[in-house]
Structures are given as C-alpha cells and as structure tokens.
Design a binder for this molecule. Sequence first.
Ligand code: T1G
Length: 694
Amino acid sequence: MTNPVRYESHGEIAVIRIDNPPVNASSYAVRAGLVAAAEAFAKGPEKVAVLMAEGRTFIAGADITEFGKTPKEPYLPDAIMALESQEKPVVCVIHGTALGGGFEVALGCHYRVMLRGAKVGLPEVNLGLIPGAGGTQRLPRLVGIVSAADIFTSARQVSAEDAFALGIADELSNADPFEAGMAFARKVLAEGLPVRRLSEMSVPPTDADSLAALKKKVARANPGHICHLRAIDVAVAGADKPFDEAMLMERGVFLEMMATPQRKAMIHAFFSERKTAQLPELKGVTPRSIRHVGVIGGGTMGGGIAVSCLLNGLQVTLIERDGEAVEKAHTGIARTLADSVKRGKLSAGGRDQLLADKLVTTDDYEALSTADVIIEAVFESMDVKKAVFTKLDAVAKPGAVLASNTSYLDVDEIAAMTSRPQDVIGLHFFSPAHVMRLLEIVVAAKTSPEVVATGFALAKALKKVPVRAGVCDGFIGNRILKTYRTAADIMVLEGASPFQVDKALVDFGFAMGPYAVADLAGIDIGYLTRKRLLPTRQKGERWGDWGDKLYELGRLGRKTGHGHYIYDDASPKGRPDPEVEEIIAAERKAKGINARDFTDEEIVERYMAAMINEGAKVVSEGIALRPLDVDVTKLYGYGFPRFRGGPMHYADHIGLANVLATIEAAAKDDAFFWQPADLLKTLVAEGRDFNSLN
Ligand code: T1G
C-alpha cells in the first residue's frame, strides 16, 4: 500500500500533502498517513504545519467504498485528534470541496485557509448518515448549534465567503494551495499565533425558538428520513458533555445510522447515478461538439429544454409554428429566467445577456441549419413528429444530432422519416425540464455510437442524470409507470379508495401518490394515453374507466381545480372529492365488482410488486441495461423515495422471493395482470438478487 500522505520540511514549516485521487477520500491509507505525519510533526523541528491536498479537491469525505466493510483503525476521529492535539499550530488549506470527513479534518486543524471558489459541507445525510468524525460537535463549538445544524441537515455546500463570514475560514486566498498555506504559516510564525482547539471551546448559547423552527423545517423537508433529526439531537446532547464523551455519543449514533437500510439505499443511489453514464459501448467514442441547440416547440417542454440549455451556456434557436406562437414562447422563457433571477440562481444582467445574445426564437426552420443538436418537443402525436422530422432532415446540417423528446413513441419509426436514422436519438426530458435532473437517452436501432455519446455529453453539459433506454412504448420510466398505475387502478376497482392509495404511498415515502400525480400532470394526458393504447387492449385485461369519466366531466385536475381532488383556496394542495368515490362505486356496480377492504401494507406491497416485476421485464429485454438504471430512472424522474434506493434495490432489501410470492398470490385474482417476470423467477430460483446484475 503506497502512502498517499507525504511529509515535507520547509525550514520551520512542515507541509503535509494528501494525494489520493480522484477526490482525496479519507481512506484507511490516508488516515494512517495522517497519523504518521502528525507523529513526525510532533517530533520534528518544524514550528507550524500546513495540511493540504493535491489534485482538484481537498478531502471530499470518508471513502464511501469502505462503508459496510469492517472498519480499519486508525478511525477518522483518531486521525483528526492526532492533528488537533498537536502542541504546535496546524493550518489547513481548502481548495475544491472539503466535504463530510474532509470538513471534519479541517475543523480538527487550528486554522483554516480557503481558496476562493472552495466550498465546505457536511453532506452525510445524503448518504443516510450523520457526521461521524466530530462534525456534530466541533462545528457547533465554532458557529453555534443552529448554524451548524442548518449546514449538516441541508447538506448544502458553503462558499468560501460565507464560511469566512461564519468564522469557519480564518483567511481567503487567491493563491494555489501550497502558496496560500505557506503564506498563512509565515503569519502564524510572525504573529506567534497559538494552537486553537475547537474541542476545548464551549458551545455558544442556543436560541430555542430558532432551533425548534429549524427542526420543524428539517422534518417537513425530509419526510421518512431518520438521520437528519438524529444529527441535531446528537449536537444538542453533546453540547453539555465533556468533548470525549460527546464524540463517543456521536460515534455511537453514526454507527447506528451506518447499519440502517436507509444508508445502504442512499449509497446505492450515490454510486448508481454515477454508473449510468459508464457504458461499455461508449468506450473510446468521441461525442460531437455541442455549442448550438435547436428546439422545436415552445410549450412547457420545449421552453423548459431551452431554459436548461441557456442556463448551461449553450446557444439556443427555438422554432414555433408562427409569429404569435414565437412571441408566446419567448415570453415564457423570459418568465422562467426571471424566476431564476428571483431565486438567486442567475443575475438580472446574466438573464438579459442570455435573452440578447444566446436565444433566437423564430418560425423559420432555416435558422436551424447551423445547430449541432436539434430537439423536437412538439405535441405527442406520431403524425406531427413525423412531419417535423421530415422538415428537419431537409434543413439540418450534416452531422447534426436529431432528437425527439417523445415520452412514449417509437423512435425507430420517427428515425425512418429521415435519410440519416443513424443521427436520430430520443432525449426524453421530464417536466419542468430546467429543474428535473433525469434525462432518458433512447437509443434507436440505427443510432450511431457517436450520437449516443453526444446525447450523454449533452446530459453532462446540462447537469442531468442520464439513463440509457431502449425503444419500447414508454421506454423505462413511463412503461413501468403504466404498470404500477394499472395495479393501483385495479386495487381501486376492487375496493380501495384512490385517496387511501395515495396516502399509503406517501407514507411509504413517495412525494405524491398516483392520483395526485395524475391531477398534476392533467387528467387529459392519461385520457389521451388510454385512447392511444385502446387498440392494443387484450382479452382479460382490466382497467379503470373513471378517469375517462372525469375527463368527460371536464375535470382535468389541478388546472381546472377538479380532478380526483378539489383544489381551491380552502385546499390549494387538494382535498379528496367524495364525488369521485361515487363515480368509482358506480363503475364497480356496473362491472359487478363487490368492493373489499385493502390495508395500506397490501396497497404498497402490490404497487411495489408491479413496479419491480415490470422493472425486471425491462431489464431482461435490454430496455434498461441494469437494475440500477431502473432505480436511477425512478429516483430522478418519478419521485421514488431516495431512502429506499429505487424499486430494484428495494426488492433486494425485502427479498425477491417475497416479491414473487406477492405476485403469485395476486395472480389468483387476476392471472392476466400478474404474470411474474422470468428474470424474477430465475433470480429467486438461483438465490440471487438484482444487485448481482448491476
Ligand atoms: N468516497 C469514495 N469515492 C468517491 C467519494 C467518496 N467520498 N466521492 C466521490 N467519489 C468518486 C465517485 O464515485 C467517482 O468515481 C469519482 O470519485 C468522481 O466523483 C465520517 C462518514 C466530491 C462533489 O458525500 O459529492 O465523510 O465514478 O463523479 O461530480 O463524517 O463526488 O469516477 O469511479 O461525483 O466532480 C461525505 C461525495 C462522505 C461527498 C465531486 N462526502 N462526493 O463531484 O465527481 S461520508 C460526500 C461528492 C463522510 C464522515 C462521513 C462528489 C464531489 P467514478 P464525481 P464530481
């Protein structure tokens, strides 16, 4: 094992360099190296030490790949104590990001210098954990419990300027890490600055109301998560304890969180979202350059895609059918950008510059002749899309990538409308497109690897989480959605209330249940999809008709104030509409169905079994490459609770045999709908799980 920590002597100044690419994670070797360097400094002639890191960032946290394995000593708290307990000053220089254990190491040093542009944070809650190396104890002693708790429950990255204002950073620098460190070390020597240990400081008094308000906000923002409030409790409990005792308590809760399924699920999510772009087919394939993006259609999706491109520095040409529609589209984009200004995501000057220099809106297709990628986002009709691609084929430059934002339709059929099907791909954004991070990259039969690589490059440029999908009705996300939505509809037909279904799934962790989602998306969307699929309906298939009834009654959901729920001033978020129950009861009667009771558990079990089963089919057909691609799709596009890791990870957690048993039991009521996926049966028979395919 090479030692990733080097000790250098520069006269009276020791420099301790960490070099553990890619992000200087505090692996076992780094921890051991830090302890050895601290021992060398204690014994050495140097009077001050500078701790810095090589590469693009300071320590970005504990090495997450070590989690779940037997931890090896020295543990991080001990390595940090080895630095803090020095009798000579230790200065830490932060560049890039000091996150989690990295920030905790910095808090163990006596002084912190931050390079401008650097950030600090405690994002452990994003992994289902609490800070486990002093973050809940040292940070409150520096900034107070409320500010500290705000940092370690929000997981936000604090800028150098804000860190300086909070007293976290003692100095800001524009130099490189080595020069910045040496300069501050010389100041320490010149001014005789003493060691300064946070562990010896007491926690400033806490304003009880502010703390209570923060706890309320955190609980509301993180329903179902365990770690956020536990982290606050640990900080509060530790404030009145001797430091060592407080650290032991923190460690105890940290290890408790480490053992939870939530931690396992969230670390699965962390690594899965980084694996979706790692595709064997893209090895050695160079994407085409992307500077200028064309967007066809200025509606909700087209406008959102245009804004996403503008906010990430791309030139945009948006096409609409006529002058009036062009005006409307331009106004819509300007309004969305103004919203970004209001939320501090963009300066007013920045907005004006984007509108003036980067955006062109027109009804002239010729304006697309220099675009590198052109994304069609028109009405979800095959005929309309075919007409657009025929026109595109005539105006787009050779080598331009022609993409469709279709959310269901056959990309092969669309590609066939052009003379260059190898340049056609599906880029399925999610609404609002400038906010939702998921991008389904739909690879058609003739799409060239270069065009696929360009799709992934665009996703990176737009800071999206890309997932490769094959061509089928609804690709990965919407195909699986159709199945678990049908499972919900069948339970409602059999007696469950749509409102009970929604509540059971919200309690499970979803942001919204399927019927509240239907109201948000628009009852008309569901109606049009059902109409489009009507010719494909099979004997034995069951479905709910009340959605069509709502549509015929003009109840289109939130946009009309009426859907499954009533939306008005009294209940802007919606309240159950008893008339919907009556409509459903009438349908049951007409279909001769005797309603029965469902428990919330049964509702969740069947809903998840349907989702997992279809996920297995999608994987075995190669529509999704791996189960993790299904998980990332559901996490980033469909509000799947992150603390459950995605449907396929969840299936592994509850046991595939249990999922199969649920399906086989339900098949007794409905053998048509509940047909276990072969892959699921095979994995159960072989005693394997979905993760074995990741
Ligand atoms: N451990 C191991 N590998 C890591 C890692 C980590 N902490 N962070 C990143 N990687 C890998 C990542 O998988 C990828 O690998 C490569 O580095 C580049 O990452 C005791 C317990 C730092 C902001 O939660 O947020 O400390 O895919 O693609 O977009 O209290 O990585 O190339 O093979 O994300 O530039 C707390 C996690 C840990 C920070 C850089 N720390 N990392 O983003 O690159 S818990 C975190 C990030 C902890 C203590 C507790 C980001 C980044 P590969 P990347 P990036």
